[in-house]
Design a protein around this ligand. Structure first.
Ligand SMILES: [Mn+2]
Length: 381
């Protein structure tokens, strides 16, 4: 049998549609799109025309305004996160389902700094995103009320900055709004969790994606980015038994932290664990540990949990971590049950290449938000 004969058979087979088109995610997603409203998009166009003047006569598309006041063009405008409204008056944050807040802080780093520019970089690259996700069939513009609160006023002192961060996160939580925190180095995990925990009437679980355990008490005499979960799990309603750490491993897990993890009985899934059991099983374990007797779960995504080749712009790059699509899938799987607050940390723009690292941070947030909306865990304000 010749090669060409084989090929001919193959093509003939393909004409028979041996698969069920209706089962394809791509086909289902296209159908689902028809059900999404366009109300907010229309409101945005009307507001742009009112505030930004009607376009010059030569412009044929009359939805275009003279001054850019909405999503388009993606290269224009003032870069809040997703070009969301900048909420200058933080007292009004309770009107929103979710609020973005930046924590420009990098004095907890033990090698490369630069994460103080993380929030700016994530906001800048967020400009290329639309609010719609094809596979999930979600349009955040239509289904979620979001704002950008700007940044916490951090100072050149770790403990004073921690106090500021806790107060800011606690304020957002107290209004029933989900904080989406743009780090910042991972030291902020502790003050963020502290701000969350004081607003939860019960236990808080923690799902932590990282290459590093970050569980030692101090590093060079301070509470650095290697220490957040030691201090977080000292908070009475954030016990260590509800801390699950996924993706840990390699040559940057200090023995001091491993000792604490052992003593406190935290649950660690290494990259090899995840690789062998698969993402679905890893997510099941993470959810089981974090949610055990808990009222809420906090999500901490360290961008360095992803292989160093994909995230050059980070403080402690380590080879062998997740592929981007593994990390994104895992985040979606754990977000399905609900998340009370989320942080994305360790994006260091001075070391980034083509905004790759900031882009992945942005994508992670968008995927989590869309998953929460798709599973009716967030929205409705
Ligand atoms: Mn890390």
């Amino acid at each position: 049998m010749s090669f060409y004969h084989h090929h001919g058979e193959k093509y003939r087979d393909r004409n028979h549609h041996s698969f069920d088109r209706s089962k394809l995610e791509g086909i289902q997603a296209a159908e689902a799109e028809a059900l999404l409203p366009r109300t907010k998009a229309q409101e945005e166009i009307e507001r742009a025309l009112e505030f930004g003047l009607e376009a010059a006569d030569l412009i044929e598309d009359r939805t275009i305004s003279c001054f850019s006041r909405g999503e388009l063009p993606h290269w224009a405008g003032i870069n809040t996160f997703l070009k969301l409204p900048y909420l200058e008056n933080v007292h009004e944050v309770g009107n929103y389902d979710a609020a973005i807040l930046g924590v420009p802080f990098d004095i907890g780093t033990t090698y490369r700094a630069g994460t103080r520019f993380g929030p700016q970089a994530i906001r800048r690259i967020s400009a290329l995103y639309t609010t719609y996700n094809y596979e999930l069939g979600v349009d955040l513009r239509e289904q979620l009320k979001m704002c950008d609160l700007g940044d916490v006023f951090t100072v050149a002192n770790i403990e004073k900055s921690f106090a500021q961060i806790t107060k800011a996160v606690s304020h957002v939580m107290s209004k029933g709004t989900m904080p989406i925190i743009l780090g910042g180095d991972h030291a902020i995990g502790y003050p963020c969790l502290r701000g969350v925990a004081e607003n939860i009437d019960g236990k808080v679980g923690i799902i932590h994606l990282d290459r590093h355990a970050d569980t030692q008490e101090k590093d060079m005499d301070e509470r650095m980015h290697t220490t957040p979960w030691f201090h977080a799990t000292n908070i009475p309603n954030a016990p260590a038994e509800n801390l699950v750490q996924v993706g840990i491993g390699g040559w940057q897990v200090p023995r001091a932290g491993v000792q604490v993890a052992r003593e406190r009985g935290t649950t660690i899934l290494t990259i090899n664990d995840v690789d062998e059991m698969g993402l679905e099983q890893a997510a099941e374990i993470a959810l089981e540990v974090a949610w055990k007797g808990a009222k809420a779960v906090y999500l901490s995504f360290d961008i360095d949990s992803v292989d160093a080749g994909f995230v050059p712009g980070t403080g402690w790059p380590e080879p062998g971590g997740f592929l981007p699509r593994e990390a994104l899938k895992l985040l979606q799987l754990v977000a399905k049950e609900g998340i009370c607050a989320m942080e994305v940390v360790e994006v260091s723009p001075p070391y980034d290449v083509s905004d790759t690292t900031a882009l992945l941070a942005m994508r992670a947030i968008m995927d989590v938000l869309a998953t929460l909306v798709a599973n009716k865990k967030l929205g409705g304000k």
